[in-house]
Ligand binder design. Structure first.
Ligand code: GLN
Length: 531
């Protein structure tokens, strides 16, 4: 069977949920029995999102093979339950840098390098390469940005070319139907104009998805279809719902999978959604709240900790609890009298997620101390685990000046440091330990209890490691090294076993957590909070 491609574009405005629409299409096709992969093409000029601020760009999601990607890849993995790869992420910056590198080497033999065909060919190659590498029956390609953006044009040209050259290439366009209070109506004109813009790039959408904050009347959907030249059965409403995981089920009520399969020339099979439906029911019916403090420095910025929040919530759905995230600004904890401490103490457990830089870390150290001394469940992720070790070294092992090389380059008590055999050049892009590594767990520990097996593999994204010179003193004082790299050299999980839950991992278990298969460490943590 030849591989099929679905392109997903967005119009009218950004943030409509193209990622969720792409992931939903993937989930339905996979549940219908087709293998699926997803790729994101981002029009910005950064080579990858690794160095972009979480304020602007949200979390950096890491794949098994260590690519630093857009957070949408996290949505894709959670919906389709497939591990994606470095081929699943492409930015304009990467494409240009590769083309220019070739030009510098003289590979173009003196030819003039242009957006069409050189940049577009490169993008096209990346799409075909992702399709081939994944071996999936269907590759779904989300185009970042909004139709009409100047930098998005080469991507539209690639869609046009592939639609013309290959069979079974589909275009899904997502738009917004804004609601006008005064006239009490959802308006279709912006959608019509957006489709016209797409047509100006010689792309006729095959499927339209209309996002709205209100119920969309049938007449409006018909009108959109008529004006945009899309058959009625291929115009789908996408109304705002309480959980993103409801979206594919809503689509399927109107036979989304069948329309996709028909238009892709695939044999029509009904997706099996019973398990997903059960999960969504658990999400919707969980009303009993469990307050978990998320102690970081990007307060109220859900996107900056997206996978962590998703993993916490999923661990909650499992026991029918609704996880209420309480944002704890770690910098504010540095003042003893701060009202932040009141919020902190109302939480059933505290999660200190990953992070970079010194700002806010003293507050996190105080948070770890409080949890350790008061038997409050604590889950430390990457930086959050380094914080645990520093706190323990300072307050239990009496190493008052304990810190991380990242916070104090000249300190002589670096509990966390840059490993001597790591690359000595600390530049900002691409020098981190990235991607999945194996970890071996010690029996009779909390970590082992959570995973229930000896060998695990989890994804990393960090520059610094626990300093082995302090291993003995930490252990002698009651810290357990419950997980190490297979050669025993790197400390990967630390814990205080004799505590309701005080566990920190150097890796990021949140990246492999799925809504219907929550990460073992998160399940262990949430269960300990739920007593
Ligand atoms: N800043 C720390 C390091 O580089 C932790 C990174 C993280 O939490 N992802 O090691």
């Amino acid at each position: 069977m030849s591989q099929k491609i679905i392109f997903v574009t967005g119009g009218v405005c950004s943030s409509l949920g193209k990622g969720i629409v792409s992931a939903s299409a993937g989930m339905l096709l996979k549940n219908a029995g087709y293998s699926v992969s997803i790729q994101k093409l981002d029009p910005y000029l950064n080579v990858d999102p690794g160095t972009m601020s979480p304020f602007q760009h949200g979390e950096v999601f890491v794949t098994e093979d260590g690519a630093e990607t857009d957070l949408d890849l996290g949505h894709y993995e959670r919906f389709i339950d497939e591990n994606l790869s470095r081929f699943s992420t492409v930015t304009t910056g990467r494409v240009y840098s590769e083309v220019i590198e070739k030009e510098r080497k003289g590979d173009f033999l003196g030819g003039t390098i242009q957006v069409v065909p050189h940049i577009t060919d490169r993008i096209k190659n990346k799409v075909l390469q992702a399709s081939k590498y994944s071996g999936a029956d269907v590759l779904i390609v989300e185009i970042g940005g909004t139709v009409g953006d100047i930098e998005g044009e080469p991507f539209l040209e690639v869609i046009r070319q592939l639609k013309a050259e290959k069979e079974n290439v589909l275009s899904i366009h997502l738009t917004l139907l804004p609601y006008l209070q005064a006239s009490g109506e959802l308006k279709t004109k912006p959608t019509q104009l957006s489709v016209r813009q797409l047509r100006a790039a010689a792309i006729q959408p095959d499927i339209l998805v209309c996002r709205a904050d209100k119920n969309i009347p049938e007449e409006i959907l018909e009108k959109v279809g008529r004006f945009c030249g899309v058959e009625n059965s291929a115009v789908f409403p996408c109304e705002t719902v309480s959980s993103i995981y409801e979206v594919p089920l809503r689509f399927e009520k109107r036979n989304f999978a069948e329309v996709l399969q028909r238009k892709l020339g695939l044999k029509i099979k009904k997706p099996k959604c019973a398990e997903w439906e059960k999960m969504v029911e658990n999400i919707i019916t969980a009303t009993d709240e469990l307050k978990i403090g998320l102690c970081g420095k990007y307060n109220e910025l859900d996107d900056a900790y997206l996978s962590v929040i998703e993993a916490l919530k999923s661990a909650g759905y499992d026991i029918k609890k609704k996880i209420k995230i309480e944002w704890i600004d770690s910098e504010k904890l540095e003042k003893k009298s701060s009202s932040e401490w009141k919020k902190f103490k109302e939480c059933k457990g505290i999660c200190v997620p990953g992070g970079f830089g010194y700002r806010g870390t003293e507050g996190k150290i105080l948070a770890a101390k409080y949890c350790r001394e008061n038997n409050i469940p604590y889950l430390g992720l990457c930086l959050g685990s380094q914080i645990m070790a520093i706190e323990f070294a300072r307050n239990v092992c009496q190493l008052e000046n304990a810190t991380s090389q990242e916070f104090d380059e000249r300190s002589d008590t670096q509990i966390v440091h840059y490993l001597p055999d790591q690359n000595s050049e600390i530049s900002k892009g691409g020098t981190l330990r990235l991607g999945a590594y194996e970890c071996v767990l010690q029996k009779n520990t909390k970590a082992y209890e959570c995973y229930g097996k000896e060998k695990i593999s989890e994804r990393h994204r960090h520059r610094y490691e626990f300093n082995n010179e302090y291993r003995d003193i930490l252990q002698e004082n009651g810290m357990t090294i419950s997980g190490t790299s297979p050669d025993g050299n790197l400390m990967e999980i630390i814990e205080i076993t004799d505590h309701p839950f005080y566990v920190g991992s150097q890796f990021h278990p949140e990246f492999k957590s799925r809504p219907n298969k929550p990460s073992a460490l998160f399940v262990g943590f949430i269960s300990a909070c739920n007593v």
